[in-house]
Design a protein around this ligand. Structure first.
Ligand SMILES: Cc1cc2nc3c(=O)[nH]c(=O)nc-3n(C[C@H](O)[C@H](O)[C@H](O)COP(=O)(O)O)c2cc1C
Length: 366
C-alpha cells in the first residue's frame, strides 16, 4: 500500500521520521533506519561549534509504571551533538548520495547571531539535505547561552532568527517548538511570520525525574548534583496531542505539522495524524524499541486505512479536528441530547400506554 505523503514539496515514502536525538546521531544509524524502512529522519541537532559540546554521564532517567515496571516517562539532560560540524557535513552528503529517496532533515541551532545562523545554513544546505528543522526548543544546557528554548520561549526572537534562516535557505524550513510555554500558538505564529513552512511539536517538557531517598540527591545525579531536564515518552503524549491540535486549528493550512511526543506505535501515530500532523517523529520510542518498530507502524496504519476506507495518508491528516468545540457548545449539545431522549421516552410511554388502553378495550369488549 502507498503510504507516501508530500509535505512542503518533500516526498516522504511514509510519514514516519526519526525524531532528532540519539536515533539520528551519525550516518551509520541514519542508514540503518532507512534500511529498516523509515521514510525520513531529523538528524541530531548540530551547530558550528558542536565539537565544543560536552555531554554529561548519566544524562538519562526513567519513570517506570509501579505495576508493570514499563518505562512510561523518560528524562534527558543531553545537549546537541558533540561531533564536529565538518564530520556532519561529510555524513549528510554521504547519506543523501546513498539514500536519495529518503528524506533527511538537518536540525540546526546557533547562538543569537545572524552571521552564525546564516553560515550554518549555507554550509548544511550545500550537502543536499532536504530541509531544515530549527531547534528553538532544547530545554536545558544551551539556554545558558541563549540557545534552544530560550529562543522558542520568546516569539520576537523566534521570528527574527527564522527570518535570518529563510533569507538564505533554499530548502523548506520547519521550526521546532518548546512545550514549556503557556500558548504554543504564539511562537508558532512568530516562526511562520519569519518564513517557516512547517512546525514540529513538541520537544521535551521540563522535568525532574525523581529524588534518591538514600542520598537525598535529585536525579539524574552527576557528581552529586543535578539540573532539570526534558521529559519524553508515553507520559507526555496527551500534552503533545493537545498542543498539536491547538496548532492545527490555528495555523494556515499550507503550513505543515510534524507531530512529536510519546509515540510508541501505529495507534499513537494515527492520533497525531488525525489531529493535523502530516508526518510524525519518534525519538524515545526508537531508543527503547529499536528501529524495527517501523514494521508495526506501517502495518498498523495500512490496516487502519483499509478498515476505515482511506486511500491516502493525506486523507487522514486533521480528520478529527472538526470535533473540537467550546465548553459552552458541549453543554448545549448535552442539553439538546437530553431533551431529545426525554422526547423519545415520552413517545415510547405514549405508545406503551396506547397499547395497554387498546388491549383493555379489546378485553372489555369481549
Ligand atoms: C536523549 C534525547 C536527546 C534529544 N536530543 C534532541 C536534539 O538534539 N534536538 C532536538 O530537537 N530534540 C532532541 N530531543 C527531543 C526529541 O526529538 C523529541 O522532541 C522529544 O523527546 C519528544 O518525543 P519522544 O517522546 O518521541 O522522544 C531529544 C530527546 C531525547 C530523549
Amino acid at each position: 500500500m502507498d503510504l507516501s505523503i508530500t509535505v512542503n514539496g518533500m516526498k516522504f515514502p511514509n510519514p514516519f521520521l526519526l525524531g532528532s536525538g540519539p536515533p539520528g546521531t551519525n550516518a551509520r544509524v541514519l542508514a540503518k533506519s532507512y534500511d529498516a524502512g523509515w521514510g525520513g529522519a531529523v538528524a541530531k541537532t548540530v551547530s558550528l561549534e558542536s565539537a565544543k559540546v560536552v555531554n554529561v554521564v548519566p544524562r538519562y532517567g526513567k519513570l517506570r509504571s509501579r505495576s508493570t515496571g514499563e518505562v512510561i516517562g523518560f528524562e534527558n539532560i543531553e545537549l546537541i551533538s558533540d561531533r564536529p560540524i565538518d564530520v556532519w557535513l561529510d555524513e549528510f552528503r554521504q547519506i543523501k548520495k546513498e539514500y536519495p529517496n529518503n528524506i533527511l532533515i538537518a536540525s540546526i541551532m546557533e547562538e543569537y547571531e545572524k552571521s552564525r545562523w546564516q553560515e550554518l545554513v549555507r554550509m548544511v544546505q550545500d550537502t543536499g539535505v532536504d530541509g531544515f528543522e530549527l531547534n528553538f526548543s532544547c530545554p536545558h544546557g544551551m539556554t545558558e547561552r541563549k540557545m534552544g528554548s530560550e529562543m522558542g520561549e520568546h516569539p520576537d526572537l523566534t521570528e527574527e532568527v527564522t527570518s535570518w534562516v529563510t533569507e538564505v535557505s533554499k530548502i523548506p524550513v520547519w521550526a521546532k517548538m518548546t512545550p514549556n510555554i503557556t500558548n504554543i500558538r504564539e511562537p508558532a505564529a512568530a516562526a511562520i511570520a519569519g518564513g517557516a513552512v512547517g512546525i514540529s511539536a513538541i520537544n521535551t517538557i521540563l522535568s525532574v525525574i525523581g529524588v534518591d531517598l538514600d542520598t537525598l540527591r535529585p536525579m539524574p545525579t552527576v557528581e552529586g548534583h543535578c539540573v532539570p531536564g526534558g521529559y519524553s515518552a508515553q507520559a507526555v503524549r496527551p500534552i503533545a496531542l493537545r498542543m498539536v491540535s491547538q496548532l492545527a486549528l490555528a495555523i494556515p493550512e499550507d503550513v505543515s505539522i510534524s507531530g512529536i511526543g510519546g509515540i510508541e506505535n501505529s495507534h499513537d501515530a494515527l492520533e497525531f495524524m488525525l489531529l493535523g500532523s502530516s508526518t510524525v517523529q519518534i525519538c524515545t520510542g526508537v531508543m527503547l524499541q529499536g528501529v524495527k518498530m517501523i514494521d508495526e507502524l506501517k502495518e498498523g496504519v495500512e490496516k487502519f486505512m483499509v478498515d476505515k476506507g482511506f486511500s491516502s495518508v493525506q486523507e487522514i491528516v486533521g480528520k478529527s479536528l472538526p470535533y473540537f468545540s467550546t465548553h459552552m457548545d458541549l453543554v448545549q449539545r448535552m442539553k439538546a441530547a437530553k431533551r431529545s431522549k426525554a422526547g423519545e421516552a415520552s413517545r415510547d410511554n405514549e405508545w406503551a400506554q396506547k397499547d395497554i388502553t387498546e388491549k383493555t378495550a379489546e378485553l372489555t369488549s369481549n
